[in-house]
Design a protein around this ligand. Structure first.
Ligand code: FAD
Length: 541
């Protein structure tokens, strides 16, 4: 259960096995209105059509309300979601969206001047977390992924002029330019028979009992569906505004509410990770694209003004493009699914992108909906299970992010002092108590691990928590090493050889774009982290 992928599979069972409803069923769910054309809307529409081809899916989008337009770092689960669940052709994605790779997150965080790497291959522990701490005083280089991150390389090799890839053994995620992604998804939706209506929804007309009868556009058109997927972003036009669902704020744990974003030249080096750098009143992301680095300073508007944030960003990263301010709030609605409305994406819940959980949650919400939505409203309903299950996922992310703030001692500005003294981490306190008595948690007895996975479930499992707490050097009693240090050193040397001969990320990406067999191996081999075996286990195939 420390496998984050296995944990995701707990709520969402298999892809839909619901049969097509009878033609004469007056309560059949046939016409779906997806309201909103951001990432959430297009991903939801594509999934509905992929899993239930008989559905009549319409995406309604307002040209006068722009999409959020940021949000590009993902997690490795999302790679499987795109290719196995939605059936997106990897070569087409490489050609049209031009993703870059993320082997993990580099945190400029905590007391160590080098910060720490949080690699996706943490649970492989391929070099050894304990040895790294004992030998170097830092967790970096404790896996092959972590060592590659330090060197800006990927596990692809040039063998006599042809590429050899070890990426099927190394979980990675995509960085996706949001503009390119959404326009690609829109073209794909059209090709797959999803109807598109351009309209600004002006009124939501309710029938009885939390039931939307129809919606009315600003130009007077009436649109009528059996099920409404609310993907209207922070406006939450149906779930929040029309149904007046209660909002659960995470503001006691997460103090930020704004971001100022800009792009900056990277001089041709594509880093194989997302970076999170501590700033005076928050932190700054760096997401590499093929052309430039995308940066965004996430801050608390009660600690500094927008101008001060922009100034700090421009001073730290001279040459950055004209900054743009984005507002947000952290929290979720009490329910995702009420009556014939379900919220997916920012319309239901949002937290800052510190662990890149936005697209992960959108995919999880979609997979959950499709594995539970009945064929007809006359069938048994499971809204409570969905609402409780999704809320637990969101709350787990709240506590996970909170421990980034509570323990970051890198800066002593008023914002960070406030975080260290008063960020609410109560949902993870029982886990923190156990950590204080002995770490790594992933080396504790199976009983303790099982207990913690139930007390403090997290998408990232106990390895992920270990990386965050040990990386920030949160005090603990280190467990004794369970092997002689020479064995650790030998693995470290072997990893160093693999790193030294690997290609820079740009060349590795080009090899994947040009040689379709590398993606076929990644997504088709049974021993791959992204292969059919894992996809089946996660209910994605
Ligand atoms: P939006 O993109 O806001 O789309 C809303 C859609 O609804 C638009 O098409 C709009 O036209 C339509 N709409 C709204 N009102 C109406 C109406 N009345 N009538 C008709 N249509 C309407 N996620 C990650 O996974 N990784 C990241 O690195 C990341 N970084 C982020 C950084 C920031 C600062 C923010 C704010 C978010 C970030 N996210 C990230 C989250 C990510 O942006 C969103 O989860 C994702 O883009 C989904 O947005 P959405 O589709 O829910 O909403």
């Amino acid at each position: 259960t420390t496998d984050p992928m296995a944990m995701l599979g707990t709520l969402a069972a298999t892809a839909s096995d619901v049969p097509k409803p009878e033609d004469n069923d007056p309560k059949a769910i046939r016409r779906i209105g997806v309201i909103g054309g951001g990432t959430a809307g297009y991903l939801a529409a594509l999934a509905l059509k992929a899993k239930r081809p008989w559905l009549d899916v319409t995406l309604v989008e307002s040209k006068s309300i722009p999409i959020i337009g940021v949000g590009e770092a993902t997690v490795s689960w999302f790679t499987l979601f795109l290719h196995h669940y939605l059936g997106i052709d990897p070569q087409e994605l490489y050609a049209e969206v031009k993703p870059t790779w993320k082997l993990g997150i580099r945190f400029d965080w905590g007391p160590h001047p080098d910060g720490f790497m949080g690699p996706f291959d943490w649970s492989a522990d391929s070099v050894g977390l304990q040895g790294a701490i004992r030998t170097t005083g830092n967790i970096n280089g404790s896996t092959l992924g972590s060592a590659l991150m330090v060197a800006d390389r990927a596990a692809v090799y040039d063998v006599g002029g042809s590429p050899l890839s070890l990426m099927k053994y190394l979980p990675f995620a995509y960085h996706l330019d949001n503009g390119r992604l959404v326009s690609y998804l829109a073209r794909l939706a059209e090709r797959r028979g999803i109807h598109h209506v351009e309209a600004t929804l002006d009124d939501v007309v309710l029938g009885a009992d939390e039931w939307v009868d129809h919606v009315r556009a600003a130009d007077g058109r009436e649109l009528r569906f059996d099920l409404y997927i609310d993907c209207t972003g922070f406006r939450s036009r149906l779930l929040g505004q029309a149904l007046k669902t209660r909002y659960v704020s995470f503001a006691d744990s997460l103090f930020t509410d704004s971001a100022v974003t800009g792009n900056i030249d990277h001089g041709g080096t594509i880093k194989p990770y997302t970076q999170a750098t501590t700033m005076n009143a928050g932190w700054c992301w760096c997401i590499p694209t093929r052309e430039s680095d995308h940066r965004g300073y996430v801050y608390s508007s009660s600690a500094i003004s927008d101008d001060e944030a922009a100034h700090e960003l421009m001073t730290k990263y001279p040459g950055i493009s004209e900054p743009r301010v984005v507002r947000f709030r952290s929290g979720r609605y009490e329910q995702a699914w009420r009556g014939n409305v379900i919220g997916i994406g920012n319309s239901y819940g949002f937290v800052e992108p510190l662990e890149s959980t936005g697209l992960l949650m959108i995919g999880t919400e979609i997979q959950t909906l499709l594995s539970t939505l009945p064929g007809s409203w006359a069938d048994p309903q499971v809204r409570d299970a969905v609402n409780i299950g999704l809320a637990q996922h969101w709350d787990a992310i709240r506590w996970l992010l909170a421990i980034h703030y509570r323990f970051n001692t890198r800066k002593t500005t008023p914002f960070w002092k406030e975080c260290v003294s008063s960020v609410d981490v109560s949902g993870f306190q029982p886990l923190l108590d156990v950590y204080a008595g002995g770490a790594p948690l992933s080396r504790r007895s199976p009983l303790v691990q099982d207990l913690l996975n139930r007390v403090a479930p997290s998408f990232f499992g106990l390895f992920g928590i270990d990386y965050l707490l040990l990386g920030q050097q949160v005090p603990t009693r280190l467990l004794p090493m369970d092997e002689p240090v020479e064995r650790w050193k030998a693995r470290r040397q072997a990893a160093d050889v693999l790193v030294r001969h690997s290609l820079p990320t740009r060349e590795a990406l080009e090899a994947f774009g040009a040689h379709a067999e590398l993606n076929r191996q990644l997504l088709g081999d049974e021993d791959s982290w992204a292969g059919p075996e894992i996809a089946r286990r996660m209910g994605l195939l």
